[in-house]
Ligand binder design. Sequence first.
Ligand SMILES: *[C@@H]1O[C@H](CO)[C@@H](O)[C@H](O)[C@H]1NC(C)=O
Length: 350
Amino acid sequence: MNLLPSGICFSVCVTIFWFTSEVDASWWHMGTLGSQVMCDNIPGLVSKQRQLCRQHPKIMQAVGTGVKEWIGECQHQFQNHRWNCNTMARDHNVFGKLLHRSSREAAFVYAISSAGVVYTLTRACSQGELDSCSCDPGKKGSSWDDKGTFEWGGCSDHVDYAIKFTQAFIDAKEKKERDARALTNLHNNRAGRKAVKRFMKLECKCHGVSGSCNVRTCWLAMADFRQTGDYLRKKYNSAVQVVMNQYGTGFTRALRKFKRPTKNDLVYFEDSPDYCIRDHDSGSAGTGGRICNRTARGADSCEVMCCGRGYDTSRVSRTTKCECKFHWCCEVHCRDCHEEVDVHTCKGPS
Ligand SMILES: *[C@@H]1O[C@H](CO)[C@@H](O)[C@H](O)[C@H]1NC(C)=O
């Protein structure tokens, strides 16, 4: 299995292995022996990581099941763009060679995958699926917010646990490598982990006579992952190009006119390909066959999407629900309507 050579990405490299490998979930149900065999066969782990993997097979499994979710979010964020977070499913390494580069897109993938792992793990903790964690034990007793005092109750998401575990796993490898790629990946991984925490919100329930809110019990809950996705997408747009500093100990913005990257910003140091043409080496799937919008003006316009190669138009019939009527009580009846629509798809390179 050809995975990233010396990548750092716990989330990307490791979970991609589970996601794409033929090894199915039954391995994990074989108990200690199963997880031992499994963990020993994931390429590219340092011994500390193998140890964590063997100690926490359930965590690893939880992380694996979350992969589809964050890949789905990545694809949602880029659905109308030449690069659409295509995973080249046939590749063993889901993102092809994209992650060999240190491009803006790779930065986004590192960040959203780290965020996705934190999100999935936190949720598994709250749902009681793991032995090593549960709801945040620190959220006890009373506290206050701008509406007054409240009692902690219910289950507060223990996002700090997930952040710590994810980080421990990554740092085990980081102690071995400290090149430019490692440093930027590490930075983007951390930005992703932190992003989840930004969207924790206090949810409360009122108690008291006849709906008065004399007593409130509250818990901290993660927002929908979409919010993290939207946020990281903005960070992708404003990602900062960096270069190694002269001592090789860290990086600095590539040009003085760029802003200084903060811990929340995504950083990258290689220019991106234009993603017009399929090119395995740069992780580009090309835009041939992609659907484009003839009347749009932005990234999903046929002009931009097809890179000037033109497009084919075909007429397809679609069935939609229409003329829906509400019947008392409580049903909705609709008719099936057929409509013919034109679909435009980019020509491939000739
Ligand atoms: C195409 O773009 C136009 C203008 O932005 C928009 O109104 C329309 O809904 C788009 N069509 C499709 C099929 O997405």
